[in-house]
Write a protein that binds this ligand. Structure first.
Ligand code: ZN
Length: 241
């Protein structure tokens, strides 16, 4: 089984379309989505529609929950807050019902777990940034590999004798031990690389590949400005931050 794993699309249809074109050429069998379909960008409805059509399993992210007032946005910065209020207005009741039905953790197959943020308190939307953060989720991981999004920064943590990590775009998961893989963000990369990011996982060979895809950033940026969203949300796409 070859999975395309997409995350953190953030209402960016230009990036999502480019990623779909890329994974269609990569012969994947199944698409899964790790959440944050909406928030920040100008086309939340279009992204929901595309994800509903493409993805066989979708997890809720904090921005999805924020859009239906299911989580506090107190800790969001002013631009994220502004985009959340805008997104709440843009979504239909049907879109909101769909978000309402999304789980926080799901298993597409026995040894694979999907989550947006962490496994130990998924509803708190903490970040996995350090080995200790990874350790907490490894303790809660029932399976060999967990795919996460949320930080928008691709990285793989391994738990064997100790916890290590790799920033390599292609990694083979170890025979023994566990792994937590962040596949990066489709619609708002933050690792200083503006190209859209997503993962392909081959469950037989246990190889993960984080792929980067060029897309029409100018187009996405223009839509953000035309929608009356904060200009900075378009500008950050150009630099990948
Ligand atoms: Zn996100």
């Amino acid at each position: 089984m070859r999975y395309a794993i997409i995350s953190d699309i953030h209402s960016n249809t230009e990036a999502l379309r480019a990623v779909v074109d890329d994974f269609r050429a990569q012969q994947v069998d199944r698409v899964v989505c790790l959440g944050d379909v909406v928030g920040y960008g100008a086309e939340p409805r279009e992204c929901i529609e595309m994800v509903r059509e493409l993805s066989s399993m979708t997890i809720a992210g904090n921005h999805d929950w924020a859009a239906i007032e299911k989580t506090s946005i107190e800790y969001f910065n002013r631009y994220a807050k502004e985009a959340t209020y805008w997104t709440r207005e843009a979504l239909t009741d049907e879109d909101k019902e769909w978000i309402q039905g999304l789980p926080l953790v799901e298993k597409p197959q026995e040894d694979i777990v999907l989550a947006h943020s962490t496994l130990y308190v998924p509803e708190a939307f903490d970040y996995i940034q350090t080995s200790y953060d990874a350790y907490l989720s490894f303790e809660a991981l029932e399976g060999r590999v967990c795919f996460v999004g949320h930080s928008h920064i691709p990285i793989t943590f391994f738990q064997e004798d100790q916890i290590t990590y790799s920033l390599d775009p292609i990694v083979r998961l170890p025979e023994q031990g566990k792994a937590i893989v962040n596949v990066g963000s489709v619609g708002q990369p933050r690792d200083n690389n503006p190209r859209a990011s997503y993962g392909i996982y081959d469950a037989e060979s246990r190889v993960v590949e984080v792929r980067r895809v060029d897309y029409d950033i100018e187009g996405a940026c223009r839509k953000i400005i035309d929608a009356g969203l904060p200009e900075v949300l378009g500008e950050r796409l150009k630099v990948g931050r």
